[in-house]
Design a protein around this ligand. Structure first.
Ligand SMILES: NC(=O)c1ccc[n+]([C@@H]2O[C@H](COP(=O)([O-])OP(=O)(O)OC[C@H]3O[C@@H](n4cnc5c(N)ncnc54)[C@H](O)[C@@H]3O)[C@@H](O)[C@H]2O)c1
Length: 322
């Protein structure tokens, strides 16, 4: 059996450990479709290459979910981490945000990898606070090599049922907050003539969904923001890319279980629905799967790629022409 044979059916018959090393061991940093199909895509348990030693990564919304998984992988790769998170519940958002305890736990988790971790409680809607947090990172660690524009919220429901405050809050955090995060990072990265920015959009930024109209609108918007930023900062050697995941197992996603099956609002029911709609035989992704892509764009592997919009969607958009 050839090691380069990544045909799904062949992989099904490999022992787990061999499948994992064949599919993820090339160090490409990007999860292969076959790994996802084989159900082995999560990289949480393997040692990471320490190829980001001495770098600094600033992660908005890093106290849990995709942000924390990305912080963890970058830390295991040697980077010092700044977690910037609101870490309190927000008005007009109908599910819980991270807590101060989540921040402390995240810091301990990151420091266990032998790097430094600073946690700063702040809101991405506040440009001064966000810019100050990045200056704090600069003072402590001397550079700002990667910024993950990850803090985001969702509110679901029919377009005509969403209240004004909900609409405004989703727009303010997902678009204005992302803009202010990028505006805070760009002058620093321009001056140091290097850096990478990754923006979390969503599969709903690539295709519409009637239950998530405003969320979807914000996730389309940040693609325009990121691509325009990519053009603006390219002459200074700075990159800006976008990741568009389908459903990822985080508190945000779990807050939506009732939308998938009102009669059975459990995570198992969500997984069942997703398994039935995804072309590849996978239900939902893990935050660590997104982290692999973040690391790809944040590390040297992605240094010549900018303005890219990468779908992590189990093949859902394979038939799309956009
Ligand atoms: N989970 C998914 O299925 C999924 C899919 C596609 C895209 N995304 C996107 O990925 C990103 C992360 O989502 P997640 O699923 O990890 O969510 P999450 O709710 O688990 O984590 C989001 C984090 O952001 C923080 N946060 C929220 N508003 C903030 C603000 N104004 N300022 C600072 N911090 C704030 C929260 O406290 C929390 O720690 C979001 O932009 C989301 O839209 C998620």
């Amino acid at each position: 059996m050839s090691d380069v044979d990544t045909n799904d059916r062949t992989i099904e018959h490999r022992p787990d450990a061999m499948r994992r090393s064949v599919l993820l061991g090339a160090g490409a940093g990007v999860i292969s479709a076959a790994a996802i199909a084989a159900g082995t895509a999560s990289a949480a348990d393997g040692p990471a290459m320490r190829d980001m030693e001495g770098k600094t990564a600033f992660i908005t919304g890093g106290a849990r979910g995709i942000g924390l998984a990305s912080a963890d992988l970058l830390a295991r790769s040697g980077a010092n981490i700044v977690i910037y998170d609101v870490a309190r519940n927000l008005e007009h958002v109908d599910y819980d945000m991270a807590t101060e305890e989540d921040m402390s736990a995240a810091k301990a988790q990151i420091e266990a990898h032998g790097v430094q971790c600073m946690t700063i409680q702040g809101d991405v809607r506040n440009r001064v606070a966000t810019a100050n947090a990045m200056q704090q990172a600069m003072s402590a660690y001397g550079s700002l090599d990667h910024v993950l524009v990850n803090a985001g919220i969702t509110q679901a429901g029919p377009i005509d049922a969403l209240g004004d405050d909900s609409v405004q809050t989703v727009v303010d955090i997902n678009i204005v907050g992302a803009t202010r995060t990028i505006q805070s990072a760009v002058p620093i990265m321009r001056e140091q003539k290097s850096g990478s920015i990754v923006v979390l959009s969503s599969i709903l930024g690539r295709r519409p969904n009637e239950w998530y109209s405003v969320y979807s609108a914000t996730k389309w918007a940040v693609i325009g923001l990121a691509k325009s930023t990519a053009l603006a900062v390219a002459p200074d050697g700075v990159t800006c890319n976008v990741i568009c995941p389908t459903l990822v197992d985080t508190p945000l996603a779990r807050s939506l279980a009732h939308m998938f099956n009102p009669d059975n609002p459990t995570w198992e029911a969500v997984e069942e629905v997703m398994r039935s709609v995804n072309p590849l035989p996978v239900a939902v992704f893990q935050p660590e799967d997104v982290a692999q892509l973040v690391k790809f764009f944040a590390s040297d592997a992605g240094k010549h790629i900018s303005g890219e919009v990468f779908n992590l969607d189990a093949g859902a958009l394979a038939a799309s022409t956009v």
